[in-house]
Design a protein around this ligand. Sequence first.
Ligand code: PLP
Length: 238
Amino acid sequence: MIAFNGGYLHPSLQPDRALGSALGRAARRPGAWERPPLEGVTTLRSWFARQAGEGLTAANALITAGGQAALNTALHALVAPGAPLLVESPTYPGALAAARASGIRPIPVPTDDDGVRADLLEEAFAATNARAFYCQPLFHNPTGAVLAAERRRQIMEISHNAGAFIIEDDYARHLGHGGPVAAPLIADDPFGVVVHINSLTKPNSPSLRVAALIARGPVMERLRAIQVVTSFFVSRPL
Ligand SMILES: Cc1ncc(COP(=O)(O)O)c(C=O)c1O
């Protein structure tokens, strides 16, 4: 049996040797075992910001211990306990579990082959007064759908009009098969509503617990404040 649900590389495809020598070098660097900046090492923050889109810089990025930690930080920062969170239906069970563990109420919004239905998203915002929408625009888990080009702008506009954030879980950006891949939503976000998650675990190893939260504007400060109380910072050698 080949399990497709995780999306991590088969062990035979993991770059174990490269990871091992990189980690060995990192661990021997001067200051490797000192505390890093709370937001993460600046060069790594810059790298993630560049991946996310033009005009984004290290100041827009917060390094987290994997995508799941990023998701938890975003949920804590953006959704109050008891409040609703719009999610695509179906969606990643780990996101539902994280929401429920924080007392957040996931509200399903139907999807089709082109991703979430924009008309139903608008209705769901109106019906629930939700202030956040968890979304996987690229290679959605579990459907594999890619959000249609014409819906990208629509869902950002709808979320903006609802006064809500979009939590963009870009977990599979590096898992394409060589064809053209749509830019992250945050790259084309004129409103500053997208909080973007990019994790390095899927194309490397589940044990490379490194991801980033990328956002524009004052929400960055809220994300940072939550991360400091929940996990302090990510191990510097990693
Ligand atoms: C859609 C999605 N988001 C986030 C994660 C979390 O991955 P990680 O914490 O390894 O970055 C997973 C893992 O399966 C996933 O499928």
